[in-house]
Design a binder for this molecule. Structure first.
Ligand code: ADP
Ligand code: MG
Length: 254
């Protein structure tokens, strides 16, 4: 039996609406569980509370009700074992690619020589050799997201929390980033929670898809993705793929 890496039991979250003294109920009685090494995508309509939920798992927000656990321990705040990748890459504009990627290693006190060696491995893993001395403003959006991914992975987190990380990229770059993520996942087997609004992306990447309801959000359906690995892009043209895609869309658009 695989270990449960993250779980949320009966989570509810509301926010005070700005300028009013009314509450907005964003999540209600949300349950979620992910096992070690599993890749789960969360799909849901815009505004249903996906980012709020991810922020609760990351420890940036706290739920008003319910519990969250990481490897059996209550989540009390952010931790390097739960790395987060956002839609807009969060990089230090004043640092070049290698310093951005190496940053976390310095924070945890790695010696310079070793930190440089590990950084070089990650630069190569995300295909940024030759761009070590570039600053974020000198990179394309896809390259910036590669730096952000390497920055998160370099501390070897148990869990990767990704909030629509490829949504702002053009179709070709998105595809190459998806392939890169799958290659990294194949070798490191992090546990991945990946938010997307793109049904095809969810079907190409994940073991399991959780579909959320409209706000207040909770999971209304879970689907085990039946396709074998590797999943070539041609899979998107198959009958089984289209059928599952329309089933998911019908739930989302309901
Ligand atoms: N800090 C906040 N204060 C008030 N309302 C918020 C806050 N964060 C999110 N919300 C509201 O919660 C709802 C869900 O937001 P979010 O989790 O970002 O949705 P999603 O990621 O599914 O599009 C939205 O209506 C948003 O306005
Ligand atoms: Mg969001």
């Amino acid at each position: 039996m695989k270990r449960t890496d993250l779980s949320a039991n009966n989570i509810s979250k509301c926010f005070l609406q700005p300028g009013e003294d009314r509450l907005l109920y964003v999540l209600e009685d949300m349950d979620f569980e992910i096992k070690e090494g599993e890749f789960v995508t969360i799909l849901g309509p815009s505004g249903c509370g996906k980012s709020t939920f991810l922020n609760i798992l990351a420890g940036f927000e706290t739920a008003n009700q319910g519990q969250t656990f990481c490897c059996g321990e209550p989540i009390k705040g952010p931790s390097p074992e739960r790395a987060v990748v956002f839609q807009s890459p969060v990089l230090f504009p004043w640092m070049d690619v290698k310093s951005n990627i190496m940053y976390g290693l310095k924070q945890v006190g790695k010696k310079k020589g070793e930190a440089q060696k590990i950084t070089a491995e990650y630069i190569s893993a995300v295909g940024l050799e030759g761009f070590e001395n570039y600053y974020p403003c000198q990179l394309s959006g896809g390259m910036q997201q590669r730096v952000a991914l390497a920055r998160s992975l370099i501390l070897n987190p148990k869990v990767l929390l990704m909030d629509e990380p490829f949504a702002a990229l053009d179709a070709q770059t998105r595809y190459s980033m998806q392939q890169l993520l799958l290659r990294l996942w194949e070798s490191n087997r992090q546990t991945i929670v990946f938010i997307t609004h793109d049904v095809e992306e969810a079907l190409l990447l994940s073991d399991r898809i959780c579909i959320m309801s409209k706000r207040p959000g909770r999971i209304i359906e879970e689907i085990s993705v039946p396709f074998e690995w590797p999943r070539p892009i041609s899979l998107t043209g198959s009958g089984d793929f289209s059928q599952l895609k329309s089933h998911i869309l019908s739930i989302l658009l309901d």
